[in-house]
Design a protein around this ligand. Structure first.
Ligand SMILES: Cc1ncc(COP(=O)(O)O)c(C=O)c1O
Length: 373
């Protein structure tokens, strides 16, 4: 049997990783400024993370959500403290897309309405509702396209109000910072308008923090830069450092009804052991502060070049936008300098390093980047 061939692969086979380093099957070492697409938060193979998962596996690996699991409550307590949303509730699932599905579903249950506003260049995942909320027709099948979704322009509050005024909008969903769409940071005043417009028209404000959350931008959630409180916050990626896990934070104004949300694997013991270890390590090693410090250092030291149009982002969620296709630069970084980076579209190198990236690793990247420019 062959694998269903949907991924464009680099000819690299990682077999080992530690901190911000990855080794391939030929023993070649790489510096990781991609974090497996913003997933590695505390660094690869952290000893305390390995110990937590190993210990849990030796106790119990899985049971269902029909019995008590104190590790879920432990995570809710820790997470509430870490992100400042102690009065919100936590629902646990398995991925970013599933978190957005659950956020959208909850908003629709709560309001009784069925249309959702998303934004141009958004990415919210690949499951049915999440991909319908994603502004990329190439990945939306006719089946997915039946959802009622309207795309508005980022930073255009008037167009959002025009849609909300029609009275059928359950929710507005927006990324804290657009990731796949090209590291687009919404204006603070726009985000504050979204908050008040959602209140005015009884719509739910959903912040997709799957990529921009969990410390990546130098605050726990990117929306905390804008001084707003969403009704629902969706999470994934860095939450368990690579163990599949997602979740949503839900404002106290929502009532839980038995059976309205559910999942077989969400909140399982191993994911919880991983997610609890991630928060402990983030806290102990002050990784959010580190992400801000090292990210700002990289941003302000990207060399000036006629090839580069703009450098933008916050913390360790950075985009270097070029005036040209970045594929050759990314390839040179990977195969000549042995540095993993990401892209957004054709013209942007996207950096999503583990939050433990050191200043000397940042310097190593800057030197290599300068050389391949
Ligand atoms: C902002 C955002 N939302 C949702 C998702 C989907 O997450 P997952 O791939 O875990 O389903 C992604 C993945 O890249 C993302 O960047």
């Amino acid at each position: 049997m062959n694998l269903f061939d949907v991924y464009s692969l680099f000819d690299v086979t990682p077999v080992k990783a530690k901190g911000c380093r990855v080794w391939d099957n030929a023993g070649q070492e790489y510096l990781d400024l991609y974090g497996g697409h913003a997933v590695i938060s505390i660094g690869h193979s952290h000893p305390d993370y390995i110990a937590a998962l190993t210990d849990q596996l030796n106790k119990i690996g899985f049971y269902s959500n029909s019995v008590k699991n104190p590790l879920q409550e432990m995570l809710a307590q820790k997470l509430g403290k870490a992100c400042g949303y102690e009065d919100y509730s936590l629902f646990l699932d398995n991925s970013g897309a599933e978190s957005n599905e659950n956020g959208a579903k909850l908003a629709s249950f709560h309001t009784g309405k069925d249309r959702i506003i998303a934004f141009n260049k958004s990415f919210h995942g690949r499951t049915s509702g999440a991909v319908a909320l994603t502004d990329n027709p190439a990945i939306v099948s006719p089946f997915n396209a039946n959802h009622k979704v309207t795309f508005c322009k980022l930073n255009d509050a008037q167009s959002v109000e025009n849609e909300l005024a029609k009275g059928d909008v359950a929710a507005v969903i927006i990324e804290g910072i657009q990731g796949c769409g090209g590291i687009n940071i919404p204006e603070v005043s726009f985000m504050q308008s979204l908050r008040s417009l959602c209140d005015k028209y009884n719509a739910v404000l959903i912040l997709d923090e799957v990529q921009s959350g969990y410390g990546r931008t130098g605050k726990f959630f990117a929306h905390q830069w804008y001084d707003i409180k969403p009704d629902i916050i969706t999470m994934g990626k860095g939450i368990a450092n690579g163990f599949p896990c997602g979740g949503i934070l839900i404002s106290p104004k929502f009532n839980a009804v038995k059976g309205m949300l559910g999942t077989t694997f969400g909140g399982n013991y191993l994911a919880m052991a991983a997610a609890n270890a991630v928060l402990d390590i983030m806290n102990r090693e002050q990784l959010i502060d580190n992400a801000l410090k090292v990210g700002e250092y990289i941003k302000s030291n990207i060399p000036a070049s006629t090839k580069i149009k703009e450098v933008r982002g916050k913390g360790l969620m950075l985009g270097i936008e070029f005036n040209e296709d970045v594929a050759p630069i990314r390839k040179a970084l990977l195969f000549e300098k042995h540095i993993f980076t990401g892209v957004a579209g054709k013209n942007m190198i996207r950096l999503l390093a583990p939050l433990c990236l050191t200043m000397s690793e940042a310097d190593e990247f800057l030197k290599a980047f300068n050389e391949v420019l």
